[in-house]
Design a binder for this molecule. Structure first.
Ligand code: SF4
Ligand code: SF4
Length: 524
């Protein structure tokens, strides 16, 4: 196995696909005449002089070369971290159930000791705001960090590429294999690669669905061919999406499908760290012997070895400047640093630096100092505030949720002479991981009391239950009765809607209480 990079070694810079990539010439649908871009040719040009314009770029398959170094180490770290979390989380247990389970059927999201209900949608909104602010902050500081290290497309492409390298070999071996005529060996190697890719993709699809249905049960049912149609669909859909995006489409997803690549530049400024080729140091470029004094020869540090291009997973040449295709993976930095080491030149011909640093000659200290600038400080301040507020809100949130719905079908009725009754449907939800018992009382009218429900109401852990109950109030002038609030007289009740409150309280913890407003109708 290769562990390093030598300039000029194993250069197969013109892979066989290059000549064939002559492009598709779009034809006019009706005339079959070659389609030319209006205004592309000078006036008076004869048809023979006109050049056919390609409007679709034929994909040139990219064979990224393996690279090692500081940033490659960070990429491996993030691949392991993100995948350990993704594949491992559904297998963890908490309080006797799956620790992270998005139970759509029961409309409950379990995340360790927390249970989120549809009423907690605000937390999802907060999570999206935090994610967006983090993206703004880290992009303003150091460009496409997310794309280069943690985006699922980058991570899965990296994993699939490692499998490809493991089975087919590094760049040159893969180019030769693709160019070789069909043979049993080639079929066997390709079949092994695709089988490994599909196995990983299926496991990924299974894990994804395992976040929404208990993963162990899902596994047993999958082995017994007893998955329901939707589970089968989502496992296969996610598996095929992984296989297609990471195995086949790769950089095409970043270049043509991901909107982030298109608007990232609005988050950059002149002090944003980006991966940059130092043209002033590198040019004029050219090959030379290690013994040549480059200063005396009047050449720059770039030996034009193409290593930075060969290791690039999107196949661009960073020496042509910052391009939207660049995902900021820093593979070219590691590749070039190894070349610089071999040549005995200082590292950093390609490095993380800023536009201002290159133009104004900032040193590392000044570059670091400029990380703290108004834009990043505002992003960081808002991010800290929103994150703090979200965490505080989750920590202090009331584990009891109550929704009161009046029964519209039976607005009010006379339950007994002088007693008016309204019917309600109360949804009581215990979002705690421990069972609780609750009492319900009514406040707001003299003599108002709860009827038709046995108290206290026992709810299991993370259980919600609709409870039908009646509120009764005496309305006869001078009537007196025992209410939930004590004794009261009903002589003030007039026809119409009266504001009341339903109070639901945990028996074992007085602090767990909800006051829900509603109305009590007294008919004319
Ligand atoms: S920038 Fe570095 S890796 Fe790229 S061609 Fe020049 S010397 Fe080689
Ligand atoms: S140019 Fe460098 S940083 Fe950008 S995608 Fe290619 S290898 Fe990665």
């Amino acid at each position: 196995m290769r562990t390093g990079i030598s300039p000029g070694a194993d250069d197969v810079d013109r892979p066989p696909y290059a000549a064939a990539a002559s492009g598709i010439v779009a034809k006019h649908a009706m005339s079959e005449a070659p389609f030319t871009v209006a205004g592309a040719m000078p006036a008076g040009s004869s048809p023979e002089q006109e050049q056919e314009q390609e409007i679709y770029e034929v994909r040139r398959k990219i064979y990224p070369r393996a690279v090692h170094g500081w940033f490659a180490g960070w990429r491996i770290f993030f691949v392991i971290l993100t995948q350990a979390v993704f594949y491992g989380l559904p297998w963890l247990h908490w309080n006797g159930r799956q620790a992270v389970l998005f139970d759509l059927a029961a409309r409950k999201f379990h995340i360790f000791g927390l249970v989120f209900w549809p009423q907690d949608f605000i937390y999802l909104t907060a999570l999206l705001v935090i994610a967006a602010l983090s993206l703004f902050l880290f992009t303003a500081i150091a460009g496409r960090l997310w794309c280069g290290y943690a985006c699922p497309q980058t991570v899965y492409t990296d994993i699939f590429l490692r499998i490809e390298r493991w089975i087919e070999g590094d760049r040159v071996a893969r180019i030769r294999l693709d160019a070789a005529p069909l043979s049993l060996r080639k079929i066997a190697i390709k079949a092994a690669k695709h089988a490994a890719w599909l196995a990983l993709a299926l496991w990924t699809g299974y894990t994804f669905v395992g976040y929404f249905t208990p993963i162990q049960d899902l596994g047993f049912r999958a082995l017994a061919w007893r998955l329901d149609p939707w589970e089968t669909f989502w496992v296969l859909f996610y598996a095929l999406a992984t296989y297609g995006n990471a195995g086949w489409m790769r950089e095409q997803v970043c270049k043509y499908m991901c909107p982030y690549a298109r608007f990232q530049s609005v988050m950059f400024d002149h002090d944003t760290l980006t991966i940059t080729y130092d043209g002033a140091r590198g040019e004029p470029r050219g090959p030379r012997s290690k013994k040549v004094d480059r200063r005396a020869a009047g050449i720059g540090d770039c030996v034009d070895c193409q290593i930075c291009v060969q290791v690039c997973p999107v196949g661009i040449d960073i020496r042509q400047g910052l391009q939207y295709e660049c995902i900021g993976c820093a593979a070219c930095v590691d590749g070039c640093d190894q070349v610089m080491d071999k040549m005995g030149y200082p590292q950093g011909l390609i490095r993380y630096t800023t536009e201002n640093a290159l133009a104004l000659g900032y040193d590392a200290h000044e570059i670091r100092r400029r990380v703290r600038r108004p834009r990043t400080l505002i992003y960081a301040g808002v991010l800290i505030a929103v994150t703090g507020a979200t965490i505080g809100s989750i920590a202090l949130r009331n584990p009891l949720k109550v929704d009161v719905i009046r029964d519209r079908a039976a607005l009010a009725r006379e339950a007994a002479p002088g007693i008016i009754e309204n019917v309600y449907r109360v949804q009581v939800m215990n979002t705690d991981e421990t069972p609780r018992r609750y009492t319900i009382r009514a406040e707001g009218l003299p003599g108002l009391k709860v009827a038709g429900v046995e108290q206290p109401i026992a709810l299991g852990a993370a259980e919600g239950r609709p409870i039908a109950l009646r509120l009764q109030a005496p309305v006869a002038p001078g009537a007196e009765g025992r209410s939930d609030e004590g004794r009261g007289r009903a002589d003030e009740l007039t026809p119409g809607a009266h504001k009341i409150e339903l109070v639901v309280q945990a028996v074992d913890d007085e602090g767990v209480v909800r006051h829900e407003k509603s109305s009590f109708i007294v008919p004319r």
